[in-house]
Write a protein that binds this ligand. Sequence first.
Ligand SMILES: Nc1nc2c(ncn2[C@@H]2O[C@H](COP(=O)(O)OP(=O)(O)OP(=O)(O)O)[C@@H](O)[C@H]2O)c(=O)[nH]1
Ligand SMILES: [Mg+2]
Length: 296
Amino acid sequence: MDPVKAAIVYLVKNCTSDLIESLKALHRYFNAQYDYPILIFHEELTDDDKKHIDSLKSGSITYIQLTPFDQLPNLPHLDPQLIQKWCEGKEGGRKARLGYKQMCRFYAYELLVHPALDSFDYYWRFDDDSFLYAPIDYDPFAYMQQNQLIYGYRSVEFENPREIVGMQELWSATKTFAKAHKLSRRYLKKLCTNWKGRYKGFNYYNNFEINNITFWRSHPLYKVFFDYLDQDQMGFYKYRWGDSNFRAMITGLFLRPEQVHHFKEIAYRHNDHYSIPGGDRIVYSLEGNPFETTSF
Ligand SMILES: Nc1nc2c(ncn2[C@@H]2O[C@H](COP(=O)(O)OP(=O)(O)OP(=O)(O)O)[C@@H](O)[C@H]2O)c(=O)[nH]1
Ligand SMILES: [Mg+2]
């Protein structure tokens, strides 16, 4: 089998102590053995930050500087004043930082088509607050390749779509798109609706995800669907549609269940959410007691 063309990807604004700890854990529990290249997309890493990060010796590291996410790109369909109102929670928008909304938009589409990923078939995403905490004794990229997988996740979450501005709009827009393009809605409904057929706010907890770049880049409808949500619906800017919400929709629309894999034996933590080997995600309270678990 050919070596896997794959990279580990981080996105940060600047250098945080979390980023350093995450890279150390990645090195200790996985990459010292596999040596996959690491790409760090950032806004403000300094030369000193880069020197420090390079000294951690976790694979070859490439730094890609991005235009700050709190600035709006100069595109004709974007109305800066309206978007500012949406970010303030006015005019029917969902209140959130513009940088956060553009971060979600970046992960939904921009990352996948970024030239820095041109030579890779897969990426594995870590956030700066994502940490491995036990050794991984196999190569998840090789597993993806051998099994012709498109998407790998570590855990999932359910948001209450009736409490969150804009979630029902995403669901309606996705169903309209499926109808217009004559796509089967069977898997979409299985993932996203409850026994009453109502949208249940299913999301991949995609601060950990392994994604097949080549598949999505060549998919005839991926960009069409993204543009429809982004430009016709304006939902990333208006409703802060998350890349995690988006992933649930594209999985349901464009994949088959056997193309999606749950990496349930990987020990992984995202802030205070622990994904313990075996499957469950446990959220610890400040006192250290588990107060919520999600099985999938
Ligand atoms: N460059 C850049 N990166 C950002 C920005 N906002 C968030 N990020 C990065 O994007 C990733 C996800 O952001 P988080 O704020 O952790 O988002 P989240 O995971 O939805 O939120 P939490 O569950 O609270 O961690 C992290 O690696 C952040 O460092 C931003 O404005 N600019
Ligand atoms: Mg996070």
